[in-house]
Design a protein around this ligand. Structure first.
Ligand code: S3P
Length: 170
């Protein structure tokens, strides 16, 4: 087992947990969204606004083909990585952990995150209804990809990383 993927909706703490888990198991970590923004020199919000979602998904899939080959890495994926079948196939290259919470919890967390407005484009109508709608369609996809599911409600990233480090002794 050479890599761990964190999947799940926006605001579930994938990036923070990736960093903390990597520290605990002495691996490297990376955040797929941050890499994508660096590579293209634009925020995801700009890519959505200028080129549309399907262009963003093409870029995301091309980058993920590379990231899924990294060794000894914990990789925080974008919330929509499970949408394309080829990405779901690539996720099989590692252990997949689904960080999840109910829609209201996610909505509260996103509102507290200062980077939300600047970095996160609306995907449909925005707000709590968007989260409810997308969670409904994505939950089965996250579930089919996941080797392990962690409910992040009322838990700190540190606590979650500790649990996962114990589960995936490498
Ligand atoms: C998206 C989630 C975002 C980012 C893009 C699309 C989604 O990633 O990839 O805005 O479709 O849920 P995070 O989950 O890291 O915020």
């Amino acid at each position: 087992m050479k890599r761990i993927f964190l999947i799940g909706y926006r605001g579930t703490g994938k990036t923070t947990v990736a960093r903390l888990l990597a520290e605990k198991i002495d691996w490297k970590w990376c955040d797929a969204d941050a890499r994508l923004e660096q590579r293209h020199g634009k925020t995801i919000r700009q890519i959505f606004a200028e080129e549309g979602e399907s262009s963003f998904r093409d870029k995301e899939a091309a980058l993920f083909e590379e990231l899924s080959q990294l060794e000894n890495h914990v990789i925080a994926t974008g919330g929509g990585i499970v949408l394309r079948p080829e990405n779901r196939e690539l996720l099989r290259r590692g252990k997949v952990i689904w960080l999840t919470a109910d829609a209201e919890t996610i909505w509260n967390r996103l509102q507290q995150d200062a980077t939300t407005v600047e970095r996160r484009p609306n995907l449909t109508q925005g707000g709590l209804p968007e989260i409810e709608e997308l969670l409904h369609t994505r939950a089965p996809l996250y579930a089919t990809c996941a080797d392990r599911t962690v409910d992040v409600s009322n838990r700190s990233p540190e606590d979650i990383a500790e649990e996962l480090a114990g589960a995936f002794v490498v």
